[in-house]
Design a protein around this ligand. Structure first.
Ligand code: GLY
Length: 382
């Protein structure tokens, strides 16, 4: 095995090249799903739920290189997200946290701040104070299947981060209050007693009482979909970071992280659902492991007990190393694919959609993790 820091630096260089090639070749729309053989991107016209991850990667690039062309790209895609402030989906949190707030936080970009605050203000209007939670919203990716008022763990982290930062920027405590209630409700909605996460829940819109828990994208109704666990880890870590007065959120972050560490395969890369009966003969989801790595790095920085913090950091480092060594092109001396593609992401096997692909959010969280591991990014900034 190569010395890890050098391996991570080299991976950052490969990913940087991939991001640059993508930015040069895409003129309209947002990179969404990549073909791992050709490197060709399926684009989303308006950013879907993933345009913020693409734009966030550009902000990370600007932060590390300071190159004017990187800034120009980040600003261009950030501006293209602006109309989405009005779209009725909880996944606006992904768009405006990574796509815009990151530009303000990392670079002090005034226009990115304006766009982030507009996204946060409009998102906050969707809060249901009776249920103390945000539902998916009618334009959310899942809403056509499960309904607009359902709960989902997926966007918990960026929602807390976006609203808490916007509350501070604008002196508007109600945004932070909504984030806090939403996070605490999701302990109730999605966290099982053993520390695993159930992706989705139906709740009473007048009381917030849970009527049913289920997994929308996983193998079975009660299974643990790998990305739900990873989104939960990231969600509670970011909630704990931005809402530090709530010890239950840090405890939830520890529970979900410990569950992941105890159950992920020895090679650190999750299969797409922890309960799939075909394991090991089913798909991996590298994007879930990339999200988990990013979450563990943040959690390590938030955890006061040294041994525990060290364990999280070490597990994150091993996860990032495994992703780089085995899944980031080129994965062998004979691999002639474009460098810097994170392969074997699994979007939605229920629809047979992009099950062994490059997924732009997987790229984002691996890139963020590598920059943090290389000491180029304070993991608690984002
Ligand atoms: N809904 C976000 C995801 O598919 O992970």
């Amino acid at each position: 095995m190569e010395d890890p820091p050098k391996l991570w630096e080299d991976a950052v260089a490969r990913m940087t090249r991939r991001i640059e090639d993508t930015a040069r070749s895409v003129s309209a729309g947002f990179p969404h799903l990549g073909d791992p053989e050709t490197g060709a991107w399926t684009l989303s016209a308006n950013g879907d739920w993933t345009g913020g991850h693409w734009t966030g990667m550009l902000w990370l690039l600007v932060k590390t290189t300071g190159a004017p062309r990187h800034l120009e790209w980040a600003r261009r895609w950030c501006e293209a997200l602006r109309p989405r402030a009005a779209s009725n989906t909880i996944f606006r949190a992904f768009l405006f946290y990574y796509g815009a707030m990151a530009g303000h936080v990392l670079m002090g970009d005034a226009r990115a701040r304006e766009i982030a605050l507009e996204g946060a203000r409009q998102l906050a209007r969707a809060y249901n104070p009776n249920a103390r939670a945000f539902g998916l919203g009618a334009q959310a990716e899942e809403a056509s299947d499960v309904g607009a008022a359902e709960a989902s763990i997926d966007a918990l982290g960026p929602l807390c981060a976006l609203l808490a930062r916007a509350a501070d920027e604008q002196g508007q405590a109600s945004l932070r209050d909504a984030a806090r209630q939403h996070a605490l409700s999701h302990v109730d909605f999605c966290l099982r007693a053993d520390g695993s996460i159930c992706q989705s829940a139906t709740f009473d819109e007048n009381t917030g009482k849970v009527a049913r828990r289920y997994t929308h994208k996983g193998y079975a109704e009660n299974s643990t979909w790998a990305r739900a666990q990873a989104w939960g880890m990231l969600g509670f870590a970011l909630a704990a970071r931005y809402l530090p007065a709530q010890p239950r959120l840090l405890e939830a972050a520890h529970q979900t992280a410990d569950w992941w560490i105890a159950r992920v395969p020895a090679d650190k890369v999750a299969f797409w659902d922890f309960d799939h009966p075909g394991i090991p003969h089913t798909y991996r989801d590298t994007s879930a492991s990339a999200i988990a790595a990013a979450a563990l790095i943040k959690l390590a920085a938030l955890t006061k007990q040294r041994e525990r913090a060290g364990r999280y950091r070490e597990f994150a480092a091993q996860t990032a190393t495994a992703l780089v060594e085995n899944y980031l092109t080129p994965v062998s001396a004979r691999d002639s694919r474009a460098p810097g593609i994170l392969t074997e992401g699994c979007y939605n096997p229920r629809l047979n959609l992009a099950v062994r692909h490059e997924l732009v959010w997987g790229d984002y969280y691996l890139f963020e993790s590598l920059l943090a591991l290389c000491g180029k990014l304070n993991p608690l900034l984002l």
